[in-house]
Design a protein around this ligand. Structure first.
Ligand code: F6P
Length: 414
């Protein structure tokens, strides 16, 4: 089983004034739900508008009294909604409708069409009146949007603020508590959840309420080389090899060289990660959810020995590495599911974080953070003795890889 089955498609309808983080939440949520195994997709009405009417339209296009523009805006909103509904009819599970949906009339239209197509509707409204937050949003997302690609930043800001004023005049906040909604106020300072029904909607509330845009580095590294690594054995709980100890020392220097005041260090509960973490000489937390994929009856075996003694198991894993579950062990899908609560903790964290874990577990975390498709998860390169620095940004993630002990042997990987 991938994610929990969805018996009915879900339309997540974003609501809010421009520059309130709707697209940020829509995209992240889509990434999270896809990582969990749902078929999710964002339908951004702005993209439809740009396709139909060009990258830049004047602020008057958003004037609520401009009847001609109002019809055009309604047409592009309808086209995006048509596509969302059609995509759900063709097997999509969660369509995220990213637009301002800032009037009651527009929301009633969207809700009516989704429900008529058999979709449940969950509104997510982002509310924020803090000028500093809005300024950052404008600078970090709007000025680099296609609308203002070749425009002088001051001119773009003026133009965008005029557009914003048009929206403000017409904006009607969500107030109808007969419908399902989540209101995120001031970047999660307050979250209101109304008529939230079911496991998935509950996960969405939990996810959304912990999001924040504070940039901070997240370092991912495997433990130093272990004795099992030197013998080509998977799993087990062996200590570090001499080269592994050397890596732990290099990691201590690397971390000491970083310009960070506070650093949280997490390891798994296995010897090789705890030994690596201990060498850093600071506190760390050993977390069971970070333990390596459980290889069950194959634990402590080499890939060659598995191929020889359990050829059918070996072939089954080759065929579908993401879903294959070791007898009495785990699959990559199982690992993703057990990492889910921890991932929310990663999102919640505002300070630099170092995670010392294992190949399969880090592949799963990396896939989410770097927005890699879930299917690629079991094949993502996470070599030994390499620190991967990830810094989440509004619409992506910066990445830097540092190999700390070039001469060291690579761990076996099937
Ligand atoms: O070889 C090191 C290791 O961490 C094993 O303990 C684990 O079973 C394996 O990597 C996971 O990688 P793969 O899914 O490619 O077998």
């Amino acid at each position: 089983m991938s994610a929990l089955p969805l018996h009915q498609g879900l339309a997540i309808v974003m609501v809010g004034l421009p520059a309130r983080g709707k697209t940020y939440i829509a995209r992240k949520l889509c990434r999270y739900l896809s990582w969990l195994g749902h078929r999710a997709k964002v339908f951004n009405v702005g993209n439809y508008r740009r396709q139909r009417y060009g990258d830049h339209v004047p602020p008057s296009f958003f004037d609520p009294n401009n009847e001609e523009a109002w019809r055009q805006r309604r047409a592009v909103a309808g086209a995006a909604l048509d596509d969302l509904i059609q995509w759900c009819e063709e097997g999509g599970q969660i369509g995220i409708y990213d637009a301002t949906n800032s009037t009651r009339e527009r929301r009633a239209y969207v809700r009516g069409r989704c429900e008529a197509a058999g979709l449940r509707v969950l509104f997510i409204e982002t509310v924020c009146d803090d000028p500093a937050v809005i300024d950052v949003n404008i600078r970090e997302t709007k000025l680099s949007a296609p609308d203002y690609r070749d425009t002088d930043p001051d001119e773009a800001t003026r133009d965008f603020r005029e557009r914003l004023r048009h929206y403000e005049r017409a904006y009607e906040p969500l107030s109808d508590d007969t419908q399902s909604f989540i209101k995120v106020i001031d970047v999660g300072r307050q979250v209101v959840a109304n008529r939230i029904v079911g496991h998935l909607a509950g996960r969405i509330v939990n996810y959304v309420m912990h999001l924040h845009p504070t940039p901070r580095p997240i370092w991912l590294t495997r433990h130093g080389e272990s004795e099992a690594n030197t013998r080509g054995l998977i799993g087990g709980d062996s200590p570090l090899s001499a080269a592994g100890e050397q890596y732990a020392n290099s990691l201590r220097t690397f971390i000491a060289d970083q310009d960070v005041e506070t650093l949280h260090v997490w390891s798994s509960t296995l010897q090789r990660t705890m030994q690596t973490a201990e060498t850093l000489g600071r506190g760390f937390m050993a977390i069971k959810a970070l333990d390596e994929i459980a290889s069950g009856v194959c634990d402590n075996m080499s890939y060659d020995a598995i191929r020889e003694t359990m050829p059918r198991e070996f072939a089954a894993r080759q065929r579908d590495k993401l879903r294959y579950r070791y007898p009495r062990g785990e699959s990559y899908e199982d690992v993703i599911r057990r990492l889910d609560p921890l991932l929310i903790e990663v999102e919640r964290h505002r300070e630099p974080l170092l995670i010392i874990a294992h190949q399969a577990v880090l592949r799963c975390l990396y896939a989410y953070l770097a927005d890699e498709p879930r299917e690629r998860c079991p094949f993502l390169p996470v070599p030994l003795h390499t620190v991967i620095e990830l810094t989440p940004r509004a619409y992506g993630c910066d990445e830097l890889r540092t190999e700390l002990a070039p001469g060291s042997r690579a761990a076996p990987s099937s």
